[in-house]
Design a protein around this ligand. Structure first.
Ligand SMILES: *Cc1c(COP(=O)(O)O)cnc(C)c1O
Length: 414
């Protein structure tokens, strides 16, 4: 029996049940992944006990020599992985990393251009209830109504009209590659700085499957727990000239003590991401997304923009099958397939029951699933959603799902 189990059976039970859920179901939430046993070991280590305000070699506490080593390894590996001049690995989350960028280069009320939340953007790109939308004057750009691809003419037009100080590129629900170079050109044309938020696709960049925004952006942020497959957290990559002000914005600007156990986990994650195995993983994530998208399309389902170039796709369940996103999410849940309902560009429905579901392949790919499995998953999704009332069918799909999951253990069990 574990110490936790005997000391606190209630919390133990919740963790245990979640572990079973993660093992026995198909995780298709595009922002989720399975981190390695090594990363989890670091995250559960004694480093959680340590206060280390400041940066390696310049701390406000004694006894930081060993956590300095861990943070320095994380910094060196992040630089090697993304070819960035400077990096701050301390943000507790992607949102903290984004806020640090804003704090470093904007004044209250400054004009910023960002992708509309309803078109795939993130809360931190100017949503009115988020600190970004409260403190700064965001103007939103969107996707083209026909192609559902980013409308760069609109971005350029809005940039010229509003003369923003900063342009934000990057998305949470956009199934195509982000054209970093084109954004950099638009930013240069109006004298704005470019900030690329690669939270969702950093793993694809690390694997060399997508263009590296570090080459053309002033600031790049990411989470470390999505396609990068590390511990839950964030980081900021920037040019050397901005390093001081980014560091100041993270600490003392936004945070106190850094999470040293998570930073050690980030170091391990970057070490894993530097391997050839991870390059193969990144390619397989994208290949799997294409196969799954093709399987859904051949089942008669419509995808936003007609397909995917990255790790995710947006299924228009309302247009294809006449059911709302919330219903679709619930049906798939009953089959052991976890997705999330999602607003689609120009959606006429409400956020709590929108027209779409978002589906991603990073987690299944981490279990070692490939093309054959994607075809099965696509077939199950289509047949479940086409028969929303057929509980026997949903139950039989759930059994097939469980059987498939037994063949592909989660990374921590491999
Ligand atoms: C996930 C995400 C974030 C925020 O990450 P959290 O760690 O949840 O705060 C920021 N930007 C984008 C584009 C994201 O997808």
């Amino acid at each position: 029996m574990s110490i936790l189990q005997s000391q606190d059976p209630a919390v133990f039970a919740s963790i245990q049940s979640e572990e079973v859920r993660q093992r026995s179901g198909l995780e298709l939430i595009a922002s989720e992944n399975y981190t390695s046993r090594a990363v989890m070991e670091a995250c559960g280590s004694v480093l959680t006990n340590k206060y280390a305000e400041g940066y390696p070699g310049r701390r406000y506490y004694g006894g930081c020599v060993h956590v300095d080593t861990a943070e320095s390894i994380a910094i060196d590996r992040a630089k090697q992985l993304f070819g960035t001049e400077a990096v701050n690995v301390q943000p507790h989350s992607g949102s903290q990393a984004n806020t640090a960028v804003y704090l470093s280069c904007l004044e209250h009320g400054d004009k910023v251009l960002g992708l509309d939340l309803a078109h795939g953007g993130h809360l931190t790109h100017g949503m009115h209830l988020n600190v970004s939308g409260i403190l700064y004057d965001f103007v939103s750009y969107g996707v083209d109504p026909e192609t559902h691809r980013l409308d760069l003419d609109q971005v350029s037009r809005l940039a010229k009209e509003h003369q923003p100080k900063l342009i934000v590129a990057g998305a949470s629900a956009y199934p195509r590659e982000i054209p970093h170079e084109e954004f950099a050109q638009i930013a240069e044309d109006v004298g704005a700085k470019l900030f690329v938020d690669m939270a969702h696709y950093a793993g694809l960049v690390a694997a060399g499957v997508h263009h590296n925004p570090v080459e053309c952006a002033d600031f790049v942020t990411t989470t470390t727990h999505k396609t990068l497959r590390g511990p839950r957290g964030g980081m900021v990559l920037c040019k050397e000239e901005y390093a001081k002000s980014i560091n100041r914005s993270v600490f003392p600007g936004l945070q106190g003590g850094p999470l040293m156990h998570i930073i050690a986990g980030k170091a391990i994650c970057f070490g894993e991401a530097l391997t050839d195995d991870f390059k193969a993983y990144g390619q397989q994530v994208v290949d799997n997304a294409r196969t799954l998208a093709d399987s859904l399309i051949s089942g008669g389902v419509t995808l936003v923009s007609g397909g995917t170039d990255n790790h995710l796709m947006l299924v228009n369940v309302f247009a294809s099958l006449g059911i709302g996103g919330r219903t679709a999410e619930e049906i798939l849940d009953r089959c052991g397939i976890t997705t999330n309902k999602n607003m689609l560009p120009f959606d006429q429905r409400k956020p709590n029951d929108p027209s779409g579901v978002r589906i991603g392949t990073p987690a299944l790919t981490s279990r070692g699933m490939g093309s054959d499995e994607m075809k099965s998953v696509g077939n199950w999704i289509v047949s479940a959603l086409k028969n929303p009332e057929d509980e026997a069918l949903h139950q039989s799909i759930q059994q097939d799902v469980n059987a498939l999951c037994e063949q592909f253990p989660v990374p921590a069990d491999q």
